[in-house]
Design a protein around this ligand. Structure first.
Ligand SMILES: NC(=O)c1ccc[n+]([C@@H]2O[C@H](COP(=O)([O-])OP(=O)(O)OC[C@H]3O[C@@H](n4cnc5c(N)ncnc54)[C@H](OP(=O)(O)O)[C@@H]3O)[C@@H](O)[C@H]2O)c1
Length: 325
């Protein structure tokens, strides 16, 4: 098969297109003929060598294609070996493309439990854009964050791949969505996805600006946080509000103003990816909204995976970058 693989860690050019051995499916696994794959920031970190990944490796967590053994059109759940406990993944948990060859390829082998039917009417590119970001956003919003229709959710960093999913899923579920971003243009783009408005996180005082967008300045019920700016995020929360974190884009260490935290009866939750049950919940929510599709910013052929990575690092996109296979 052909693949865009890493023989060494480095910049985008480390992704070399060429021949690799065909994957073999052990019992309980299946080989998928990929039609599209999608990029995540996680793939950049793998490429740079920031995870303990053995080389050579075909990276890529997201993909959609045709199961070789059954001819079914499938989308791939990239959480491998999550296990039966929905609270927490098993010790064997890994992300497809880290320690198992991933989706930047013509073929990939994955456990059968990780294959779900392609949503009806979706293109390969749309389906490939969904799994990692959609799953992470779904578990953060609903399984962990307990978001209900009518509540207000604040999504930090509207431009991120997971954030664009979170904005759309929260709006589909009947929540009111506010955002922060570094640019007015991205706040406008977030409106198109279903947000009501937002504030620039580059300005001091953005938590007060967000509070001013809520009735009586009470604050938001839930914050979806991949940035780690907790002092500001907690200042935007209503009494009894929840903050769900799954990233450290702005800072690896967050501080909490404890008096505000306990007087506010706040809850802070962590989350990562999601279980097969979370993915089934995501697909069920989307089945209720058959015209909704993930936002695909641009599509590159697989042999230009390096160009796609360079574009991801420029961070001018809103939505997903996809590889067609
Ligand atoms: N734990 C998990 O399961 C999981 C899964 C997926 C991603 N993640 C993490 O989630 C984060 C986002 O991932 P991604 O793939 O969606 O990344 P991405 O598309 O590269 O998004 C990065 C975004 O972060 C925002 N940002 C930067 N500084 C910020 C700040 N000070 N305050 C608020 N937002 C800020 C920017 O938003 P604007 O463009 O709007 O300014 C930027 O677009 C990463 O930290 C990633 O590691 C975790």
């Amino acid at each position: 098969m052909n693949a865009a693989a890493l023989a060494a860690f480095g910049g985008p050019e480390a992704l070399a297109f060429g021949e690799r051995p065909d994957p073999v499916a052990p019992p309980g696994w299946a080989v998928v003929e990929l039609r599209a794959a999608a990029l995540n920031w996680h793939d950049v970190l793998v490429r740079r060598g920031q995870y303990d990944v053995a080389l050579p490796r075909v990276p890529g967590a997201d993909g959609a294609g045709v199961r070789r053994d059954t001819d079914e059109a499938v989308v791939i759940l990239p959480s491998l070996h999550w296990g039966e406990d929905d609270r927490f993944p098993s010790p064997a948990f890994e992300i497809l493309g880290d320690h198992t060859d991933g989706t930047y390829a013509e073929l990939v082998a994955v456990p059968e439990v990780n294959l779900m039917a392609l949503p009806s009417g979706w293109s390969w590119e749309e389906a490939a854009a969904l799994p990692l970001a959609g799953l992470t956003a779904y578990r953060a919003l609903f399984t962990r964050g307990g978001l209900r229709a009518g509540e207000t959710v604040l999504v930090l960093g509207a431009g991120s791949g997971v954030s664009t999913m979170a904005i759309a899923l929260a709006a589909l579920a009947g929540a009111r969505v506010l955002v922060t971003s570094s640019s007015r243009a991205k706040i406008e783009a977030a409106r198109e996805l279903g947000a009501d408005g937002g504030a620039l996180y580059t300005r001091d005082g953005w938590p007060e600006e967000i509070r001013a967008l809520t009735p009586g300045g009470r604050g938001v019920d839930l914050v979806i946080d991949s940035a780690g700016t907790w002092p500001q995020a907690l200042a935007a929360l209503a009494g009894g509000g929840r903050l769900v974190n799954f990233g450290a884009t702005a800072t690896p260490d967050a501080t909490v103003e404890l008096r505000r935290f306990y007087f506010g009866q706040h809850t802070i939750l962590g989350t990562t990816m999601g279980s097969p049950r979370d993915f089934a919940g995501l697909l069920a929510l989307l089945a209720e909204h058959p015209t909704w599709r993930p936002l695909v910013h641009a599509t590159y052929p697989l042999d230009r995976a390096a160009d796609a990575h360079a574009a991801l690092e420029r961070r001018e996109h809103i939505g997903k970058l996809v590889l067609s296979v």
